[in-house]
Design a protein around this ligand. Sequence first.
Ligand code: PMP
Length: 346
Amino acid sequence: MKYLKTEFKDLKPYHSQHLTKGIILNANESPYNLPKAILEKFKDLLDNIDFNRYPDTDNTKLLASIAKTYALEVENVCAGVGSDEMLDCIFKVVISKGDKVLVPYPSFTMYKQMGIYYGANVIEIELDDEFRYDINLFIEKIISYNPKLIFLCVPNNPTGGSLSNDEIEKILKLSIGLVVVDEAYGEFDDKTALELIKKYDNLIVLKTFSKAFRLAGIRTGYALSSKENIKMINVVKMPYNLNVLSNEMAVLALDNKELILDNIKEIKNELSRTYKELKALGIEVYDSKANFLWCKLSDKIKSALIENKIYIRDIKFKDEMYSRITIGSKEEMEKLIKVVSSNANC
Ligand code: PMP
């Protein structure tokens, strides 16, 4: 099969184990389905959908709703099949073969993977010893490499560290390339970089319905940026990218934002309680501004979790294995702590 690209021969497809039973803490989803009242409203909407017709290729209703939510103009917004599609569009409009892309390490693996698809020269910038961003190192690397594209995952998946807007601004001022601030977990943090969009044309903020909005199933994310950047993204996005169901549900979700996002408080309480309990058990665990914790667990604990049908994500960093635990419901986290404590060494 000589026609297949040799550059891709060592790549593996993105994989996340699809689980339907047990305690599912491996994909940073919400443990809660939508409130019943919203599910009922969605059922009513179904009666009025023309399934025989294509959806609106401009996603007009959804873009208007997103723009209104963030007090931006429709021309500042583009929506896609998850923020994954927006990432792909960003590579398409910015990267030519050999262009430099700066990504944090460890971080969301798709930045590097997509960089390889588009023939970019991907430069990984390691986080510090506490898995926080080393802003000075980023600045040093921007000066020496002058990258066309820079990714900042805020809070960072899988480690949970955030960046202040002052730090992000330092990077924006310095960079002549495009800076993508991926806020997939932004609703769990106490800040957003959105206010910087009006000030910096080279900033794109990415957001998604998959995490705090409890809608991983509808595969909808969006990019917020200057009109010029959004115009280019619209040129390369697939026609009719969002299906009718995703479009309707995303609009409904924004109309009921307060109700859906209400349980962020509870998830954050569970995050800090789980963090403290793991620390007290002598586990190496790191502070997080997202809905997950980055930690190091012994093989004994990891096996015990699987035996108890508690599923978390193992992630390799350099030559060591770490774990990322998504925060679930109170009951789920209590079960996790119970299994960890009966298998911990202290
Ligand atoms: N960015 C980050 C940091 C993520 O963790 C994810 C999903 N795990 C995505 C983007 C993609 O999210 P989605 O396509 O579901 O919007």
